[in-house]
Write a protein that binds this ligand. Sequence first.
Ligand code: ADP
Ligand code: MG
Length: 340
Amino acid sequence: QSSILNICVNQVIIDLATCVKELVENSLDAGSTKIEVYLKEYGKEGVEVVDNGSGISSQNLEQIAQKGATSKIRQFQDLESLDTFGFRGEALNAISVLSQLTITTRTESDEMAYRYQFNQDNSVKSKTLVPRERGTTISLTDLFGNIPVRKQEFNKNIISQYNKLVNMITEYAIISVNCQICLINQSSKKGREMILNSGSPMKNMLQKTAQVFSKKISEMLVELKFNFGEECSVIEGYVLNKQTSGSVQESKSIQKNMSYLFVNTRPVNPFKKMNSIFSDIYKKYNTSARYIYILHLKVKKDAIDFNVSPDKRDIFIKYENEFYTALRDSLTQLFEKLNS
Ligand code: ADP
Ligand code: MG
């Protein structure tokens, strides 16, 4: 491994959550309608992501852990119009360098599934045939085993790493309305625990919210939609009702602010001023002054920059100020209307 390669590899997979994020995105890119994420001891002992997507064809499998191995760009100009999460072929390479990786996969045309174990130099350690339905299982153990300092950090902060992972899975569970996403942890203390289950494919994010959080929370939400900039809009949005049917008890049941922002189906960090706009308006209209928002924005491709940070969570949009103005106006309008 050259050190330059290591720098790149280290940037893609910085912790447990980014590792699982890459795997879940791959499963979504493969058209899965069910994705199960299994953790052993909160990820410390191992991670497995099982999907029912397209599978990986056996011709590609041998090289799949190599850097730059991707099936997602066919021509360079595709970069302009890419709708998949991945496109650089970096994630599996990084994961195979940083852990013990096993891939089991079966496509529609395979009779059996192929199981490949990889060495940390990305070469193939073993191949076997095993029974499996169509789809892919990615298993890894000893994450960061070859970077002792990061491994130590990982073991020390396992609970905060795990919490970050749960938040991340929650986001994908809400936005992926056509997919059932489950998170299961197996620990010696608590045995097997279902942490999250977004239920079978649904019509919209509101129904997913009922599954992922609770029916009670989803019933406290009202719809919010608006346009901003040129041809950009909130295509699906829900916010906490101003007074949660006037019951102080109910609004107290919301322990903390909940903020979920998606741009063109990707979970992203809220824009700079969003949270303060929400807290201003909720202070004025809501008894609890807590807010919830789940907003899915559709932004024109040329008005957006996803590649600001390696995890693509911080993004720039051209119409940020127009968005703030429209958000403030439409929230105020909504609450005024609910008041009258
Ligand atoms: P990228 O997603 O940028 O293409 P990755 O390293 O994440 O790169 O994955 C490499 C390739 O492996 C993908 O392009 C895809 O062809 C294949 N792949 C990975 N995970 C899956 C999966 N769960 N189902 C089907 N194909 C997969
Ligand atoms: Mg990928």
